[in-house]
Design a protein. Structure first.
Length: 260
């Protein structure tokens, strides 16, 4: 077991394998244990939805019924009492992935997939309690855990996977994404040579290399498994992230190619 992996998770693969380049090159499907079983009504509604717009409407209705959140107002309303909502988390991530919302999302990946974060505000070396303390405090903030927020993110992931396979990518196992890295992250990369790098347990990527270049000194191309995509910003009519082509990706060791 590597220092970046937990011994247990909520999927059928070990965290060691999930984080490995072998998994990322193969791209097998993932299901979070019991999410589809315990939410059969949602997936029956999705099966009965002939279009992506209909499927989105079904998802909104189900999330509102299950968690009493109005997804049309969740990203922007300041007039209602705070209620933890996956859209507010996504919006917070869009402003700052190292903020409290980002910690909650990294904590969800840690819980469900067994992948520890390697960075939150600063590097998180294994065994360094002082470095980990701010992250642990933020990920457990009671503001975000009053409305089964991890269960909301479970459903967001499974909904995203359903939509990508049914309406977007079909049987494709991989997509091409781009990420901008700063010089310290990319110090070992060689121009145009394929290199193995570790991506944090949850990271923002983009379908557009020019957009990715706004967030780092070196752009890398990633052959990403569809099964590791948590959310695609233009998948919903409400786009809570800032970048139109932003894609949230579950991390690990990836072979990447620097772009000139």
């Amino acid at each position: 077991m590597t220092p970046r992996a937990h011994p247990t998770n909520f999927i059928e693969y070990t965290a060691d394998f999930l984080s490995s380049p072998e998994f990322n090159m193969g791209g097998p499907r993932i299901e979070i244990t019991n999410v589809r079983t315990f939410n059969r009504d949602l997936f029956a509604m999705l099966d009965d939805s002939p279009t992506l717009a209909d499927a989105e409407s079904a998802f909104k209705l189900y999330m509102n019924a299950a968690f009493a959140i109005d997804v049309e107002q969740a990203p922007t309303s300041a007039r209602t009492p705070f209620r933890s909502c996956y859209l507010k988390l996504l919006q917070g991530w869009g402003f700052d992935s190292n903020g409290p919302e980002g910690a909650v999302m990294k904590g969800w990946v840690e819980s469900r997939f067994g992948l520890r974060p390697s960075y939150h505000k600063h590097p998180l070396p294994p065994g360094d309690a002082a470095a980990w303390a701010p992250y642990l405090k933020e990920k457990m903030d009671s503001r975000f855990h009053s409305n089964s927020i991890y269960s909301q993110l479970d459903l967001l992931y499974e909904f995203t996977q359903y939509i990508l396979r049914r309406f977007v990518h079909g049987e494709r196992t991989h997509v091409t994404l781009y990420r901008g890295l700063n010089l310290s992250e990319a110090s070992h990369l060689t121009r145009r040579a394929c290199c193995l790098i570790w991506l944090n347990n949850c990271v923002s990527t983009s379908t557009d290399p020019d957009v990715a270049g706004c967030f780092g000194d070196i752009i890398v191309k990633i052959r990403a498994p569809v099964s590791k995509i948590l959310f695609v910003n233009n998948l919903l009519s409400i786009s809570p992230l800032r970048g139109e082509g932003e894609v949230l990706l579950i991390g690990g060791d990836f072979w990447v190619t620097p772009q000139s």
